[in-house]
Design a protein around this ligand. Sequence first.
Ligand code: GAR
Length: 202
Amino acid sequence: MSEPTKKKIAVLVSGTGTNLQAIIDAIKSGSLNNTEISIVISNKKDAYALKRAEAEGIKNVFVNPKDFSNNLDFDKKLIEIINNYGVDLVVLAGYTKILTKVFVDSFPNKIINIHPALLPDFGGKGMYGSKVHEAVLKSGIKESGCTVHFVTNEVDNGPIIFQTKVPILEGDTVDSLSKRILKEEHKSLVEGIKKCFSLHVI
Ligand code: GAR
């Protein structure tokens, strides 16, 4: 019997790429089956995520925002690259650049993002990485977590696919909280991707 066609993913990154690594590891272990990463794209030259892709033999590219006169032209380049691979899903894994409407509208219901808090709280423009955890700790709430959601034109406001809660402990710092949440992000992102494919919305 022939193998089912693999679902193709494009992963957009800006940083360390531990979430990218989680997807790679899940594919390698078979927990995320019939899936392949077609291309990893970074808007940051020094993103360690690019090295992770390279080490796994996954095609990867740095697209320099400075080579484009505006965000729209930059995003059009990304659309062109992604379309070359005919991907089923675009995964934002620590991608910190806000997408233009043209990009979002090019892949309807096909873009997902991982956010390090329980959306709809602590999201929106400028809320990424440690800034999210700082705001969470400042608020005094007792619980945070992470959210995998569809990307729409409203930043961090698309339909939620998967959410995991993480307790905030006495004496937590941005560092301790972000590490505890990041561990859960890795599992949640993989579960989110599985859920997307099993929902047959993709
Ligand atoms: C993750 O915590 C991710 O949730 C966050 O950036 C980090 C990237 O880590 N993304 C956002 O804050 C987006 N709003 P990684 O590069 O090790 O995957």
